[in-house]
Design a protein around this ligand. Structure first.
Ligand SMILES: Nc1ncnc2c1ncn2[C@@H]1O[C@H](COP(=O)(O)OP(=O)(O)OP(=O)(O)O)[C@@H](O)[C@H]1O
Length: 267
């Protein structure tokens, strides 16, 4: 399988009034087409910066971010994004919120087709019957479901998610994880997920990338060797327990509290 996203030797510093702030230095991530990459790392290490690079919203000082073999040189239409705050437009119905990217990416698509596409996705995430509601009439979990539909309605090559489940309670979050896996089974896409939740990274990811403290480099890569069919109970198996243990140790190292890189360290 070829890599759809290829991040090589990336370094970046923000220009601040007190001088350059190096945020990334030595970032290498390869994500094959159709794979789900979860990225974890200490707070403030540069995870959101990584999403901006993949979305083409900024260019790295050094190194390259390639999409399907070509360097990303600017913002791209074939990217979907979802954030911790679902940012739905209150003056639009849920259906019309989901349709929004199609109005931009596929302006010639007849409204009937747009509606059918949005309805199909909303049904998939359990929001059938809520199409005409306004965002404020839905719970936080339901809003986030709608936001995920909006992020993939135009069938983006890449779905970028920055802590999309971070503000939800535990049970809702676990429901959303399952929804995410169902969506992926029905609608193949390549995903980059930024998360602080190690269980989430293992449940959703094909690979988990641990970033070091700032400036972030790729410190460790875990290939998640679990079946595609993942009941939530899998999180309570000894195998996943061991994986979480390894990731926790890596996070401690990234925070400067560990003992040194362990087996499987990427750098
Ligand atoms: N536009 C900017 N200009 C200057 N500094 C910035 C800018 N954006 C982010 N930073 C700084 O860069 C560092 C990395 O920010 P980033 O948001 O990428 O980290 P993060 O890992 O996503 O953080 P968190 O885990 O807290 O969400 C932080 O110290 C932040 O304050």
């Amino acid at each position: 399988m070829s890599d759809l996203i290829d991040i090589r030797g990336v370094a970046h510093a923000y220009r601040t009034p007190s001088g350059p702030l190096p945020v990334l230095d030595g970032l290498d991530i390869a994500i094959p087409r159709g794979e789900f990459c979860a990225v974890v790392g200490p707070s403030g290490c540069g995870k959101s910066t990584l999403t901006r690079l993949v979305a083409g919203l900024m260019k790295p000082d050094k190194g390259e971010v390639r999409l399907d073999g070509a360097p990303i040189r600017g913002p791209r239409k074939n990217v979907g994004m979802a954030f911790q705050n679902p940012v739905l437009l209150e003056w639009r119905s849920i259906l019309d919120n989901v349709i929004l990217p199609l109005e931009i990416v596929a302006p010639s698509m007849p409204r009937k087709e747009r509606v059918a596409r949005a309805e199909e996705l909303l049904a998939m995430v359990g929001l059938e019957g809520f199409e005409a509601k306004r965002p404020s009439e839905l719970s936080g979990g339901m809003r986030q479901r709608a936001s995920l539909c909006r992020a993939i309605v135009h069938k983006p090559d890449v779905l970028i998610m920055d802590e999309p489940f971070g503000a939800l309670d535990n049970f809702t979050r676990e429901d959303l994880w399952q929804t995410m896996r169902q969506l992926r089974a029905a609608e193949p896409f390549t995903a980059v997920l930024i998360t602080h939740d190690l269980r989430e990274s293992v449940y959703l990811g094909d690979q988990v990338v641990v970033l070091s403290g700032r400036p972030a480099r790729t410190q460790y890569v875990m290939n998640v060797d679990l079946p595609d069919e993942r009941p939530l109970d899998i999180l309570y198996t000894p195998k996943v327990g061991e994986m979480l243990h390894v990731l926790r140790d890596q996070i401690k190292i990234a925070q400067g509290r560990g003992e040194g890189p362990g087996e499987g360290a990427a750098a």
